[in-house]
Write a new protein. Structure first.
Length: 79
């Protein structure tokens, strides 16, 4: 990210050396926000087998030709 600004008069009296800290950016990874079940009309509640659905989120694009990419379901057992 590049930021350009004019400091103006209000920054003139600040010390020349302000302590800074370099931080690592967040990892870019897919984030699923919501799952909409077409059969029941529910949001984030029900997954109906063999029914349509819609998902929303960030960075959800994938290569349809690559079989290792996509949306996968697995059985989760609570302990």
């Amino acid at each position: 990210m590049n930021i350009n600004f004019s400091s103006g008069v209000w920054l003139r009296d600040l010390p020349r050396e302000i302590p800074t800290e370099k931080i690592e950016p967040n990892e870019r990874e897919p984030k699923l926000r919501h799952y909409y079940d077409s059969q029941t009309g529910s949001q984030d509640e029900t997954i109906t087998p063999l029914a349509g659905a819609r998902i929303t989120g960030a960075l959800l694009k994938f290569d349809e030709e690559d079989l290792s990419q996509g949306v996968f379901f697995y059985q989760y057992q609570r302990r």
